[in-house]
Ligand binder design. Structure first.
Ligand SMILES: [Zn+2]
Length: 133
């Protein structure tokens, strides 16, 4: 995976553009948790296809929520005390119709035990909330 650090990425710490290309802000270059988060998105892109990923990410809040909850669960492994912070970021930073409380509940839910994710379906019938790899 190629990683490019640039201050032009002013709206986020990192962004997975494609499965093999991640852009990060220089202030977080080398952040293992961020790279693990972006690696989840890279895998998601490989699983659903790059164009499909971006189409669904921008047009389907349920897909965006699923992809970020899955990625932030991995972030949480690196920063176990940051669940509240990540929940606030998810609730406020991704134009999602979820409260920070709900986002935190989804983050903390064991995979397969979160009714909202277990029953949510990503477009195309892929089950949202499937086991994280
Ligand atoms: Zn993300």
């Amino acid at each position: 995976m190629r990683v490019i650090a640039t201050p032009l990425l002013f709206w986020a710490d990192g962004m997975t553009v494609a499965p093999t290309l991640v852009v990060v802000h220089p202030r977080v270059r080398g952040d293992a948790g961020l790279m693990a988060h972006e690696a989840v998105h890279a895998r998601q892109m490989r699983e659903v296809g790059l164009l499909r990923f971006w189409w669904w990410y921008f047009t389907c809040p349920a897909f965006r929520l699923w992809s970020e909850i899955e990625a932030y669960r991995v972030s949480l492994l690196f920063q176990p005390s940051a669940a509240r912070h990540f929940a606030r970021v998810i609730a406020d930073g991704y134009l999602l119709p979820v409260s920070a409380h709900t986002a935190e509940r989804l983050l903390r839910a064991a995979t397969g035990k979160a009714p909202e994710l277990a029953t949510a379906k990503a477009p195309g019938g892929a089950a949202a909330g499937h086991a994280r790899t």
